[in-house]
Design a protein around this ligand. Structure first.
Ligand code: MLT
Length: 395
């Protein structure tokens, strides 16, 4: 008999954002015509920037001519795009080899796929609240999970402790969902801890482009010693609006080895077996993100999302509601008002104010009592949501 992966039984009934979308659809079916303001899933609303669109059009035309047509792409990425990412790191003082950069179809895909590199018999440390795909992907992979709760007292930035006996550590900074960002000194402590315990850090840098405080690190590889204990996974989804276009990159330094095995070489072996690469057209569009024009344009979009953040923060400040994030990250993590539970607040917002956000409990039990707003929404919706919030909670 075929044996199914019984770890699926250990998962919650539905994935967080899928479950929320179903709740919102059910609400709209019962209340047709209501204007629901969507600040839930972190999905971008601004279109791709002109530099990317031009490159995509040109790449489509390339595929129409025999001389410029591309079939299979190199499995680990188009060398031209790998070079762009390599330069992007070099500009920040991080020296990589070009084949330490792998092109991917996005961070969420990669965060699950990368687990192929690790034995089932590993314990994974996940700081919570956490992006729910970390937990789900590790449950499916059959790993043991050590949940490390963060809280308001440690600024949602937990630090290592001898008791954390894990073989893999997830770090997301700027953090989804809390928007908190580790300082260089704090990340150095995690790197030292990983080296001491021969652990590998999976560093999710999907939100690095939102950092505005110049003292904060964008990459784990800004930290001395990280190259032999970390893998960095990044995405153009939030940086450049690629949620529906799909492209990202992963850095696996050649110095990273455990048990006599080299993770960079293993990932080459994995990718050449399991993928035929990201499409030529998409990789051409992604390369345009790294041109000076592309960088200017994506940062203009990021600036517009930050205006959304400012609208929400202004109202939370006026209401005296505690929150973090918003400044160096596209998420605002707030305390639910009036002692409400996070799903209670979700229902209140949906039913009374027609605002969709994400309940903190969905990111782990220590998120209970907190709530996340995405700042990727439409500006008019965000302003209106801020207004409705203010009216509902002003004293
Ligand atoms: C989120 O809302 O946490 C993200 O959009 C999810 C994702 O990037 O897949």
């Amino acid at each position: 008999m075929t044996k199914p992966n019984t770890h699926y039984k250990e998962l919650k009934d539905s994935y967080l954002f899928f479950g929320i979308a179903q709740k919102v659809n059910a609400y709209l079916e019962k209340n047709p015509g209501k204007r629901v303001l969507r600040l839930g899933i972190g999905d971008v609303t601004l279109p791709l920037c002109p530099a990317v669109i031009d490159a995509l059009h040109k790449a489509v035309d390339d595929q129409s001519k025999k001389e410029s047509f591309h079939g299979y792409m190199p499995e680990c990425g188009d060398p031209a795009l790998r070079e762009c990412v390599h330069r992007y790191y070099a500009e920040r003082g991080i020296a990589l080899e070009k084949d330490e950069v792998f092109v991917s179809s996005g961070a969420s895909d990669e965060l699950g796929d990368i687990l192929d590199l690790f034995d089932k018999d590993n314990t994974v440390l996940i700081m919570e609240p956490a992006y729910p795909a970390y937990v789900d992907a590790n449950v499916i992979a059959g790993h043991r999970i050590l949940h490390l709760p963060a809280d308001k007292e440690n600024g949602f930035l937990p630090m290592p402790d001898k008791a954390h006996k894990a073989d893999l550590i997830y770090i997301c900074s700027p953090n989804n969902p809390t928007g908190a960002v580790f300082s260089r000194e704090q990340l150095k402590k995690w790197v030292d801890f990983a080296k001491e315990h021969e652990t590998v850090i999976l560093f999710d840098a999907a939100y690095e482009a939102f950092i505005e405080d110049e003292t904060l690190p964008h990459s784990i590889f800004e930290i001395e010693g990280a190259k032999d204990c970390a893998i960095e996974i990044c995405s153009l989804s939030k940086t450049a609006g690629f949620t529906g276009t799909r492209c990202g990159y992963t850095v696996i330094p050649k110095a990273l080895e455990r048990g006599g095995m080299n993770f960079n070489a293993m990932w080459v072996r994995n990718r050449t077996t399991k993928t035929n690469g990201v499409s030529y057209i998409i990789q051409r569009g992604a390369a345009a993100v790294f041109t000076p024009e592309g960088q200017r344009q994506i940062h203009e979009n990021i600036r517009l999302y930050k205006e959304n953040a400012a609208e929400l923060m202004k109202v939370l400040d006026a209401l005296g509601i505690w929150y973090c994030g918003g400044k160096n990250a596209p998420y605002i993590w707030m305390k639910c008002p009036d002692g409400m539970g996070s799903w209670e607040f979700f229902d209140f917002l949906l039913e009374k104010l027609q605002i969709v956000g994400t309940p903190g409990e969905g990111f782990g039990s220590c998120g209970e009592g907190f709530f996340r707003f995405s700042t990727f929404g439409n500006p008019d919706d965000t302003k209106e949501a801020a207004r409705r919030l203010y009216e509902a909670f002003k004293k």
